[in-house]
Write a new protein. Sequence first.
Length: 482
Amino acid sequence: MQNIQEFIALLKSPSHKDKELITHAFNFAKKVHENQKRFSGEPYFGHVFEAAKTLIELGMDAPTIAAGLLHDTLEESAITEAIIEKEFGKEVAFLVSGATKIDKYEYRGQERHAESLRKLLLAVSKDVRVLIIKLADRLHNLKTLQYVRPDKQRRIALETLEIYSPIANRLGMGRIKGALEDLAFPYAYPKEYEETKLLLKLKSKENQKYLEKIYRSLSKQLAEEHIKPISTDYRLKHLFSLYKKLKRYDMDINKVYDLAALRIVVTTVADCYRVLGIIHGMWRPLPGRIKDYVASPKINGYQSLHTTIFTGDGGIAEIQIRTPEMHQEAEFGIASHLLYKEGERNPYKEEQLLGKKTAWIKELAEWQKQVAESGIFLRELKTELFKDRVFIFTPDGDVVDLPEGSTPIDFAYTIHSDIGDHTAGARINKKFCSLNTKLKNGDIVEIVTKRGSSPSTKWLEYIKTALARKHIKAAISKTARN
Ligand code: MN
């Protein structure tokens, strides 16, 4: 039975006001859901309780936890947003209405789905906490998916893999992304799930053996060099990300080198590089597989050093090196910047951080306003989120991430619409290239603009981003009118 004292006890140093707000939300939600049951036959309140618990684990603030408890109350016809606002204030009311699903409306097929996504994106672009509530909600729904009708199971699982987990990934929330994917995978693709699970099982034993051996020699060497890791563990690749990788390699598991990886956490950045040096002194690294995400973090904020080495006895193993801060970022991403620390809030810094990390959500929300037809919106949203990304550099070293297959035109429009509209040519790694060249990870791209240049309809054949499409179409129709 869920009880309020135990719930409050989970909070980290709550203020009196926090406790009051959360207690009120707890009792309110309990009352509203009093006679409701989940498909599992369990009392409905258990669902919002679990979702709110996840929010506590993510370190969310009191209004977000309260909104988590209340996130399904608006489904009850008697409860309106006005009531929530009167009881809990504007902030909580906004979070609740943003996170409220609109499943209660009449089923309108695909369109309904797109509609609820639009609503979600708009709310999220105003306040990313809405999304974190949705992720916590979805996580518990997936944990209880076995009680749901099979056709609905598959829809929810696919939606999770196509929309929610890519968003969690873009926000750097590695732990929740992995959990969502592994829960949804068996329902979305049962056959592929079984196949992947079997492959992993067969291969991970062998892999583990190599890692253990490396770990023993490395520990000795680190001790000699007076480096004391904070923690060392193995991480097994999440099943769904393994499956995605296997698909790229014709399901040949021998081509996947990071099935299991040794993960070493050390105190400082300098120690990360020292450990990398020590490793390379002991084993030969595979060329092209040393990745310095410390100096060049992934676009979602992920940082670590990665290297893959020949173990010397026929094996190949991946090692990841990071600090505790990098580890926190990799697991919780944006959520760790929203961490509730009393007296430690720095609104300016938070805004900077959040503004940068969620700019792409604002962009999606902005652009969806202009897409009239829901089917197209949904399809393009999926492509934008699901596609693998390439990281492209400006000549100044700024990173732009684009969907795989993007061209210099996509790059130009991502920098600025004005640059896109006047693109006349492009240099990739200092060499002139045609505008339909597909960009590769790490390319340095410089756009050459000319005042008199304007977009050509031809560009539409090879661009990859919705942003470029939108601007090119607008520019073309403008010229046509003049
Ligand atoms: Mn819910």
